[in-house]
Design a protein around this ligand. Sequence first.
Ligand SMILES: NC(=O)c1ccc[n+]([C@@H]2O[C@H](COP(=O)([O-])OP(=O)(O)OC[C@H]3O[C@@H](n4cnc5c(N)ncnc54)[C@H](OP(=O)(O)O)[C@@H]3O)[C@@H](O)[C@H]2O)c1
Length: 175
Amino acid sequence: MISIIVAIAENYAIGKKGDLLCHLPADLKHFKEITSGKTVMMGERTFFSLPKHPLPNRRNIVLTDVHGKTFEGAEAVYSIEELTTPPQPSPQGREKGCIVNPEEELFVIGGGMVYRQMMERADKLYITHIHHSWEDADTFFPVIDPAIWRQTSAERHEADEKNPYDYTFAEYERA
Ligand SMILES: NC(=O)c1ccc[n+]([C@@H]2O[C@H](COP(=O)([O-])OP(=O)(O)OC[C@H]3O[C@@H](n4cnc5c(N)ncnc54)[C@H](OP(=O)(O)O)[C@@H]3O)[C@@H](O)[C@H]2O)c1
């Protein structure tokens, strides 16, 4: 089971200059509640953008093209296929593939490049819709096609002294 978790602006923006678009503590808490104790997978840029990496209390997996590259406190995978295909012997004589048990919920936590590749493999989306647009963003999420994705829950919250924008915690499953 593959789930995507992301915070998206109204113009589908998710990042700017290697960082998040805004500080929304309620979303960080929501993210922590959903992913704690689980396996999280991310691209290399997202891993290094985290203020604290690896993410504590989670199994961290980092996707990189650079074979042999390692990440302290995280496991490296060198292709998406390696992560999700049944084990196969590799030329190095060790088994590759099926790093994550297919019955476990694997959380894809970014960034843009990884979301674009994992969207077609995902079973569920946990989306925080931030009710604001950033025209100067440089990283975007793919469009959530209502012919493919059905919203199963939505919980709207107003901005407050800590959270500068209105936001909605939504979940989607395949239609
Ligand atoms: N709003 C949100 O919820 C959210 C969440 C996460 C991230 N973000 C934002 O997204 C931005 C980062 O996204 P990004 O698109 O620049 O980078 P990214 O997706 O985090 O990482 C890209 C890197 O992942 C590796 N990679 C990707 N696909 C691969 C594949 N098929 N096989 C092997 N390696 C692969 C490559 O690493 P190598 O270069 O090592 O080969 C690539 O350079 C930041 O601004 C971040 O703050 C936002």
